[in-house]
Design a protein around this ligand. Structure first.
Ligand code: ADA
Length: 647
């Protein structure tokens, strides 16, 4: 080696050492980067493919997560329908149901016209029309999963019925329909009123249309409308199953019929029962040995099938075995303390409106699970498939009648009260079998509800006549309560530690000319906590759930130092502090963040605290992309669930 070569090498030594050092940093730092703790990455799916021992197969009607009948001939009415709007309400006088006009377009069903740019803001009447083949003579049951909001239906130009209400299935039975081609015409109107459910001006968008699955099926003169399974006396060894079957008997006579009941394909009961004419209820009990319990961490499900006669008719559903009770202020799920860690979910997506297709529902559930949630709350019964997903993947659901922010005079109105009762009945009738059901709520944030004690009492008493096996509640806005809280099983309150709304004039002064803070205010936070604590001081033996916590709007992508309003930081801080309070206080039973994703809201809220007409309090944005609050909530939920694991 000559001198110049060794000089060259000496010069290279620092470069070499630096390269080795750099490689080591890279190698050792890599796992930290890859695990997503440092930089959020797209994580793998957390949903297993199936979680049920016995599979009934896919539902050809795309309405549920499993096939609901093996005996009935069904016709899926999903697909393109001819569509016209009717802003001047001339359709009925011009008999659109016999002479459908030249369609403006064809719309996809299930769907909402308000997700189509041309009809984005349309709130009025519209008509749908299509034909379909009936493969045999028989009684045709036409079943709508949900239409928003008022509906009239004609088959071959003849009226078959009407419906008011958006969130429950309804059906019409047309007897002795002939094999061959038939035409169905549907009129829908999505206007809301002072006495509709929800009322006009509600804080979510009145997406109009046939937005949930619709199908027709052939039924015999006696058929099963629905059945409920109630697991009781649950122990490690066994659970009693009380079965109640709702039967429709069109024969006009009382008849004896055999009923069989299967669980996961095994015959559990067989017996003959007298079926009264018209509407009959059949009841029996049976025993399930060594039940596998359902819980959000271990969502074991059973398949149940009821068969009428010699395979004349059947219905399939799923159920789970779990006990949910209160013990003083504690909520116990399968005898262990349970605190809710969830989010409020609206059926809402920029591309689909309220008509969430199955893959979007699955994706939402996936995000809930990834967030570490064990619960969901809705302002109304969601799509049936959403409930199936909650059962299958382990999310408790707080269900609700959409009587949102009614005033005392509205609650006293017998028309409104009648609609609340009907929606309550429909909700329980449809969702009773879901182990995911946590509670039934009669309504949300009734204004000055202290003045409506007698009406609330009447509603709660009605609710108790329908089902005594789930928690019954109504939800208050802010940590207010009064003696009506004694009527219900659990106290539910919408609460945020820091106030997000301020003087609606949007000046930085309130109506008294005082400066209004646009950053998180510690004093407000302390006052909110004081008010919340008073609930427990006055009613120490009642469970308290924060049905909506941490609600604050944030403009996705807008960041700011110092927790300034509309920033992701402001929202994340409010979500974190409010959620943490709900989980860390011994007497509180957790809650659900307001809200899961940014959602479209009603026309009248286009101005005011709604950015471009959207309620942007989502922890993910409208397309489900995470905001800072999502990560903070995820951290909070994981930390609470695994207190020993450092996040
Ligand atoms: C209430 C109400 C929600 C929503 C929310 C908000 O908590 O229950 O539906 O309107 O306020 O965003 O202000």
């Amino acid at each position: 080696m000559n001198i110049s070569e060794s000089e060259k090498m000496n010069k290279n030594i620092p470069i070499l050492l630096f390269s080795i050092f750099y490689c080591m940093i890279f190698v050792f730092d890599l796992p930290a980067r890859a695990n997503g703790d440092v930089f959020p990455e797209i994580p793998p799916s957390v949903l297993p493919v199936v979680k049920i021992d016995y599979d009934d197969g896919q539902d050809p009607m795309n309405s549920r997560l499993f096939r609901t009948t093996t005996t009935r001939t069904q016709i899926n009415l999903g697909g393109f329908w001819d569509f016209v709007t009717d802003p001047d309400s001339i359709g009925e006088s011009k008999s659109f149901y016999t002479r459908f006009p030249e369609p403006e377009t064809q719309l996809w069903v299930p769907g909402t016209w308000n997700a189509v740019p041309r009809y984005w803001q349309y709130q009025n009447s519209a008509w749908y029309n299509r034909s379909f083949d009936v493969p045999a003579d028989g009684n045709l049951r036409i079943r709508f999963g949900g239409v928003f909001y008022t509906t009239k239906v004609w088959l071959d130009g003849k009226s078959v019925g009407e419906n008011e209400g958006a969130y429950s299935p309804f059906s019409f039975l047309v007897r002795d329909v002939k094999k061959g081609k038939h035409t169905i015409t549907v009129w829908v109107n999505n206007c809301l009123y002072d006495d509709s459910l929800p009322k006009k001006g509600v804080d979510w968008f009145p997406f109009g249309g046939i937005y949930r699955p619709v199908y027709a099926e052939l039924v015999k003169n006696i058929y099963i409308d629905r059945f409920h399974i109630l697991p009781t006396a649950i122990s490690e060894n066994q659970a009693n199953l009380s079965v109640r079957i709702y039967v429709k008997n069109l024969t006009g006579k009382t008849i004896d019929k055999k009923f069989r009941f299967y669980v996961n394909g095994n015959l559990m009961y067989s017996g003959s029962h007298t079926v009264a004419a018209k509407d009959a209820v059949i009841e029996f009990t049976t025993v399930l040995q060594q039940p596998k319990l359902w819980s959000p961490d271990d969502p074991n499900l059973y398949s149940a099938r009821v068969v009428l006669g010699t395979d004349e008719d059947d219905q399939v559903d799923r159920f789970g075995v779990r006990s949910l009770i209160k013990d003083g202020y504690k909520i116990m799920l399968n005898r262990s303390r349970f605190k809710l860690m969830g989010a409020n979910h609206h059926d809402d997506h920029p591309d689909w409106g309220s008509a969430l297709p199955p893959h979007i529902i699955r994706q939402d559930i996936e995000i809930f699970k990834r967030m570490g949630a064990n619960a969901v709350r809705g302002h109304y019964p969601p799509a049936e498939m959403f409930m199936d997903f909650c059962d299958a993947y382990g999310l408790m659901f707080m269900n609700e009648v959409p009587s949102w922010q009614y005033r005392p005079d509205q609650l006293a109105n017998p028309v409104v009260k009648g609609k609340i009762k009907k929606q309550y009945w429909d909700m329980v009738y449809r969702d009773m079998n879901h182990p995911a059901i946590f509670s039934w709520s009669l309504g949300n944030e009734w204004r000055e509800f202290q003045k409506a004690y007698n009406d609330i009492k009447e509603l709660v008493e009605y609710a108790r006549t329908i089902d005594r096996t789930h928690f019954i509640t109504f939800i208050t806005g802010g940590a207010h309560f009064d003696k009506s809280a004694e009527l219900i099983d659990i106290i539910c309150t919408n609460w945020a530690q820091y106030q997000w709304y301020w003087d609606p004039s949007f000046s930085d002064e309130d109506s008294n000319g005082e400066f209004v803070s646009t950053v998180l205010d510690k004093n407000i936070g302390e006052e909110s906590i004081r008010q919340l604590n008073m609930i427990h001081e006055k009613m120490p033996d009642k469970p308290v759930v924060l049905t909506e916590f941490g609600g604050s709007g944030s403009m996705a992508g807008w960041h700011n130092w110092g927790n300034v309003k509309w920033s992701e930081e402001y929202q994340a801080r409010n979500v974190w502090d409010s959620g943490m309070y709900g989980l860390e206080q011994e007497w509180l039973s957790g809650g659900c963040v307001w809200q899961f994703c940014d959602t479209r809201t009603t026309h009248s809220r286009m101005l005011g605290p709604r950015l471009r007409g959207w309620n942007v309090k989502g922890v993910v944005d409208s397309y489900r992309l995470p905001k800072l609050a999502f990560y903070k909530l995820q951290e909070l939920f994981h930390r609470y669930k695994n207190p020993d694991v450092q996040n």
